[in-house]
Design a protein around this ligand. Structure first.
Ligand SMILES: C[S@@+](CC[C@H](N)C(=O)[O-])C[C@H]1O[C@@H](n2cnc3c(N)ncnc32)[C@H](O)[C@@H]1O
Length: 192
C-alpha cells in the first residue's frame, strides 16, 4: 500500500487499528521480562507510537518509523505530552536503510498491513534493520483474510518464513484488545 493510502487513513480518521493503548501482549511481555538488558528498539509501522512509548517506559532507547507523515506528527505530539523520550522518523521500512542496526525490533500490525507479495521484502528489511544476534518480537495476526489490509497469516507461514534466519525462543497466545482475542500470536526470535 502506498504512502498516500496510509496518509489518507490518518487524515480521514479511518484507523480501526488505533486502540489508544499499546499492544496488551507487549505490555505483559515487558512486565514479565524486567531483567532484559535494554538497548535500542526499532518499531516499524509505529502508527501513533503507543508501542514505542511502552518500550521507552521500560528503559529502552525506542525509535518509531512510519510511512505516513501524520502518524509521525501524532507520535511526536503524544510522546512530548506524555513526558517520554522516544524518536520518530518518516521511513519506508521495506526499502530504506536503517540509521544503525538495532538490538531489538518489534512488530505489531505491519506484517499484516503490507501486501503478501512484499513479505520477502519485509523479511529482508528485518535482517537489514536488526543486528546479528538481535531479538525480533512480533505480535502476528492469525486471521484468514486475503482481502486486506489486514492480510492474514498462519503460524506455519511465520515459522517457515523466519526459521531459516532466526531461532524461535518462544511463541504464545497473548492477551489482546477485545476485538482480537484469540486471533493473535506472539513470537520471540533471536537472529542467528
Ligand atoms: C495497521 S497500521 C498499525 C500501526 C501500529 N503498529 C498500531 O498497531 O497501532 C500500519 C502502519 O504501518 C505504516 N506502514 C505501512 N507500510 C509501511 C512501510 N513500508 N514502512 C513504514 N511504515 C509503514 C502505516 O502508515 C500504518 O501507520
Amino acid at each position: 500500500m502506498s504512502r498516500d493510502f496510509w496518509e489518507q487513513r490518518y487524515q480521514t480518521n479511518e484507523m480501526p487499528w488505533e486502540k489508544g493503548a499499546p499492544a496488551p501482549g507487549l505490555v505483559d511481555f515487558l512486565a514479565a521480562q524486567r531483567e532484559l538488558p535494554g538497548g535500542t528498539v526499532c518499531v516499524p509501522g509505529c502508527g501513533t507510537g503507543h508501542d514505542a512509548r511502552e518500550w521507552a517506559k521500560a528503559g529502552f532507547r525506542a525509535y518509531g518509523y512510519d510511512l505516513a507523515p501524520s502518524a509521525i506528527r501524532l507520535c511526536v505530539e503524544r510522546t512530548l505530552a506524555a513526558g517520554l523520550c522516544a524518536e520518530f522518523r518518516l521511513a519506508d521500512f521495506l526499502r530504506d536503510e536503517p540509521p544503525f542496526p538495532f538490538d531489538w525490533l518489534f512488530e505489531h500490525t505491519l506484517f499484516c498491513a503490507i501486501q503478501p507479495p512484499e513479505r520477502e521484502l519485509y523479511l529482508r528489511a528485518v535482517l537489514r534493520w536488526l543486528k546479528p544476534g538481535g531479538q525480533y518480537l512480533a505480535v502476528n495476526y492469525l486471521i484468514p483474510d486475503t482481502d486486506g489490509p489486514p492480510f492474514g497469516t498462519t503460524r506455519e507461514e511465520i515459522v517457515q518464513r523466519f526459521s531459516p534466519h532466526f531461532e524461535l525462543l518462544s511463541d504464545w497466545v497473548p492477551r489482546s484488545y477485545p476485538n482480537r482475542v484469540g486471533l493473535e500470536r506472539m513470537f520471540w526470535w533471536k537472529r542467528k
